[in-house]
Design a protein around this ligand. Structure first.
Ligand SMILES: NC(=O)c1ccc[n+]([C@@H]2O[C@H](COP(=O)([O-])OP(=O)(O)OC[C@H]3O[C@@H](n4cnc5c(N)ncnc54)[C@H](OP(=O)(O)O)[C@@H]3O)[C@@H](O)[C@H]2O)c1
Length: 212
């Protein structure tokens, strides 16, 4: 329905199983940024099933999802290599990446030691190169709907995030406790169209933009 300010107010109905209570101390902007990226990262790691000491490759480890997957994996003792821009390398090492490879290098895959136990694809067009770096019998999970045909006993699947209240509550607590750091930018609602254009053009720099 039209609101007095000229914006359209909307109501969204969701089931209780899809929502979590925002914990005290969680900034609403951080809370708004968390569900899709956080649940996707968490569910990807569940699907990969890696354990302490195993090696994970994340393509686009600096994006909104990849950076959360990186932190969750590193906290579990998984050794994480990410692809990202060189300018993001220091930040991502600080968040737990053992190695950061510049995706602008057309031979990035040739610069990485293979034999990964798992790969998480968070950049379109990187699945085939990542697959070649996964060991026989390893796992690949793609967020970009381009999981390659299985080879060498590797399990390769597409993943689509699903709501999960318990997982979301767990992730929200991790943000409050400072164990999960997001790259978030808050903008006023009237800057929504410009923000959308930035995101569509891939110029959001891996930030989640939350309109307030
Ligand atoms: N299947 C699902 O349920 C699901 C859920 C969430 C997201 N997704 C998908 O997952 C993908 C990532 O989404 P996101 O929101 O996490 O990312 P994002 O924050 O939108 O990622 C943007 C960043 O990607 C980096 N980038 C661009 N091309 C790259 C490449 N070839 N290799 C490495 N990094 C690259 C850019 O870095 P620079 O700025 O430094 O150049 C850019 O800042 C999208 O395709 C999205 O649609 C799927």
């Amino acid at each position: 329905m039209p609101g007095g300010s000229g914006f359209w107010a909307q109501r969204v109905l969701i089931t209780a199983a899809s929502a979590a209570i925002c914990p005290a101390g969680l900034d609403p902007v951080q809370a708004g940024a968390l569900p899709v990226a956080g649940l996707t990262a968490y569910q990807s790691l569940e699907a990969l099933g890696l354990t302490r000491g195993q090696r994970l490759l994340i393509t686009n480890g600096g994006g909104a999802t990849g950076v959360l997957a990186l932190q969750i994996a590193a906290a579990r003792g998984i050794e994480v290599t990410v692809t990202a821009s060189a300018s993001a390398a220091e930040r991502l090492r600080g968040l737990g990446a053992l190695e950061v490879v510049d995706y602008h290098d057309s031979d990035w895959a040739g610069r990485v030691r293979g034999g990964f136990d798992g790969a998480l694809i968070a950049a379109g067009g990187t699945a085939q190169a990542a697959l070649s770096l996964v060991r026989d019998g390893g796992r690949l999970v793609s967020l970009t709907s381009d999981a390659p045909a299985a080879e060498r006993g590797i399990t390769a699947t597409d993943l689509y995030v699903r709501p999960d209240a318990a997982q979301l509550a767990h992730l929200a607590e991790a943000v409050v406790e400072g164990k999960l750091k997001q790259n978030v930018e808050a903008l006023p609602l009237n800057e929504g169209p410009a923000a959308f254009a930035r995101v569509s053009a891939g110029q959001a720099g891996g930030k989640k933009i939350v309109l307030t």
